[in-house]
Design a protein around this ligand. Sequence first.
Ligand SMILES: NC(=O)c1ccc[n+]([C@@H]2O[C@H](COP(=O)([O-])OP(=O)(O)OC[C@H]3O[C@@H](n4cnc5c(N)ncnc54)[C@H](O)[C@@H]3O)[C@@H](O)[C@H]2O)c1
Length: 371
Amino acid sequence: MNRATSINRREFARTTLLAGAALASGPSRGSADDAPAVKRVRTGLIGCGSVSNQYLPQLTRSPFVEVVSLCDIRYDRAQKQGERFNVTHTYPNIDAMLAGESFDFLVDTTDMQQHEGINRRALEAGKHVWSEKPIANSLAAGQELLALALKKKLRLWGAPITVQSPQFEFMAKQLALGKLGRVAAAHADYGHEGPNWSAFFYEKGGGSMPDLAVYNLTSLTGLLGPVKSVTAMVSIVTPERTVSDKGRIKVTEEDNAMVLLDHGQGVISHVQSGFNYFNPNGHDGSKETRHTISIVGSTAFSEWLVTIGSLWPWTSQPKTNRNWSGTSLTPKVTSGSRAPRWLRRRSRPAANTARHARTRAPRFGNHHRGA
Ligand SMILES: NC(=O)c1ccc[n+]([C@@H]2O[C@H](COP(=O)([O-])OP(=O)(O)OC[C@H]3O[C@@H](n4cnc5c(N)ncnc54)[C@H](O)[C@@H]3O)[C@@H](O)[C@H]2O)c1
């Protein structure tokens, strides 16, 4: 690995999320001698549960962010994180938070079913919003939120942001260079035994698709183009579960999903997700060693190990496993330099396939922008 360009995943997570904060802050004002002044974005975080333990260390260490308030309907959680991360203002609900200490940027890490309403409230109150996935519980509602953000000249981001990862860049370049010839098919999967701390993952609006498949849906539509049609089969494998917040619960949303995507021009892909997958590698897949995305073309196929988590997803390397080097990764992978030797040897981009690949050149940064 090229040390000069290497970046570990913590660093990448920091720069990616915090780039959002920097954008939300608007242009920074220069000082008298015209040196750029750092403007810290006044930030509030709502939802002080599991994933806040990944967000808050990054946000509170950033020179671009000032976390001024925390909120959770389980108020003790907001207080606990307030003490741990030295945030003075804590609130038990969104109304109190919006009426309290002023801030410009809301980070929403609440339950999946809560995002839509909270994001709307925050946008209406003039806040930029970064939301965990999904930003809303239906396409129509998501589009309404985006329209609202645009109207109010605010920014709205929705996790996952896999398309901004160096691994995505690498994959996209391979395709754009025609390394695989004419792309035909792709497969991606992500699963584990399911979260055991909160019921919302298994209740209406939850399920393995919005929680897990969404990462690969984002990556594959980014790589292969928008989808013309979708077919899926879903099932419930484990009808009852025990979770920390509610005890024994009935599972009413799918915990096993197979999604077929038609990207047009003959390209078909398949995304698989589930909460019943034996996975000894942790739910964020940080110790994963097998590939999770494979793409097949007319002259070669390629496999990538992409382990996933919304804020720290990119412990990924292009296959092969023997080249995989733990949590290190390369931010600016130039084509071929990280490709497996067999791929470099066998791939011969033909003129027509290269053109095809270019027409499929991925759209970087397909996150939702309010401005
Ligand atoms: N836990 C992870 O590792 C992880 C990883 C990636 C993404 N996510 C996503 O992050 C989000 C949160 O997941 P989590 O695992 O942290 O869940 P969690 O249950 O641990 O935390 C959610 C918190 O939000 C609070 N909350 C719920 N509704 C609220 C409301 N209306 N107002 C204020 N607070 C409210 C809950 O009390 C809880 O403390 C989900 O969208 C999940 O898909 C989680």
